[in-house]
Design a protein around this ligand. Structure first.
Ligand code: ASP
Length: 315
């Protein structure tokens, strides 16, 4: 590792049990996707690209992959429709952009980036966000672009009267063999100048109520970045992460207890469990470029490159 290798990147494809990934082929497919997104991020960061650019581009790639619950392949709400949420945050300026309850936009994270760069606001929702997208010439994709046979089958199974909804399963139950799978995507990065950024994008929770918004577009809950502390992206039951403001809590642990990312991750996951029996997990890069992750579910699909080192993927 040379002295210039101060960049780090972490990527996740959601926390859960992933009972749906039955075969080795499915697992390999997910891990390959995470690995190729990490390598893409490495190229940007190695050539001097910013953390903000990196998280936007890498999150877009994950949104394009129908295996994950974001962009194409998003889960369906109770009405059988895709409604997506996304956010992006710059740790150098604390500027952020977020969109919630949006439809037919292939890359919600790109819309969030335009909110960050071009509007006076942080969060735009549903019809207002759609109008903003239209002003910025975002192409509208047909519903069929987002729908996969697997999501349709999951929706059928999760409908009232069928067995299957995720919410209501407690952390212990899920760890012992439930069928939770969240699949939100997120990327955090530190560039060679030491700036941090975070992005999270999701279709939300399968069979969620029409209009429900999760933690992903809520700063401090499912996403946060501050150069003084860390960059965080979460996945799991959004309500648990909103009630504990987990991403900002992790940042505060680093800020006010002077801990590094690993120690903060341990404290943060204990807090999530102790306070709300929270279901899910997060990835975190601290201001020194150290990578940490923690989850209360059986698994979290994720990977990282720490300080320009080797690429590691886990499921
Ligand atoms: N956190 C997301 C939400 O509650 C779901 C996920 O992580 O898959 O909307």
């Amino acid at each position: 590792m040379d002295n210039l290798d101060t960049y780090s990147i972490m990527v996740h494809g959601g926390a859960g049990d992933f009972g749906n990934l039955k075969s080795d082929k499915d697992r390999v497919r997910c891990l390959e996707s995470i690995r190729s997104v990490l390598e893409h991020g490495r190229c940007i960061l190695q050539s001097g690209g910013s953390a903000l650019e990196t998280v936007e581009q890498c999150t877009s790639l994950l949104e394009d992959d129908p295996v994950f619950n974001a962009g194409a392949g998003s889960v369906l709400n109770e009405a059988g429709k895709v409604e997506m949420d996304a956010a992006i945050m710059c740790g150098a300026t604390l500027k952020a952009g977020a969109v919630a309850g949006i439809t037919n936009i292939a890359n919600p994270v790109q819309l969030a980036r335009v909110v960050l760069a071009e509007s006076d606001h942080v969060l735009l929702i549903s019809a207002g966000a759609q109008r903003f997208a239209d002003r910025w010439n975002f192409e509208l994709m047909p519903d069929s672009y987002f729908l996969t046979p697997q999501r349709l089958a999951e929706w059928e199974q999760a409908r009232p009267g069928q067995h299957g909804g995720s919410i209501g399963v407690d952390a212990e139950t899920s760890a012992s063999g439930g069928e939770e799978k969240y699949g939100t995507v997120g990327v955090v990065a530190r560039d060679r100048l030491g700036s941090l950024a975070a992005a999270t994008s999701t279709g939300g929770i399968a069979n969620k109520s029409f209009g429900r918004v999760g933690d992903s577009p809520i700063l401090g809950a499912g996403v946060y970045a501050d150069n003084e502390t860390c960059a965080v992206s979460c996945s799991g039951v959004g309500e648990d992460f909103m009630r504990t403001v987990l991403a900002k809590t992790l940042s505060d642990i680093i800020q006010f207890k002077a801990l590094d990312g690993l120690a903060a991750a341990r404290e943060g996951i204990d807090y999530l469990l102790r306070k709300v029996k929270g279901r899910g997990g997060f990835i975190l890069i601290d201001n020194q470029g150290r990578c940490a992750s923690a989850f209360t579910t059986k698994k979290m699909i994720h990977g990282w490159i720490e300080l320009g080192g080797e690429t590691v993927c886990q499921l």
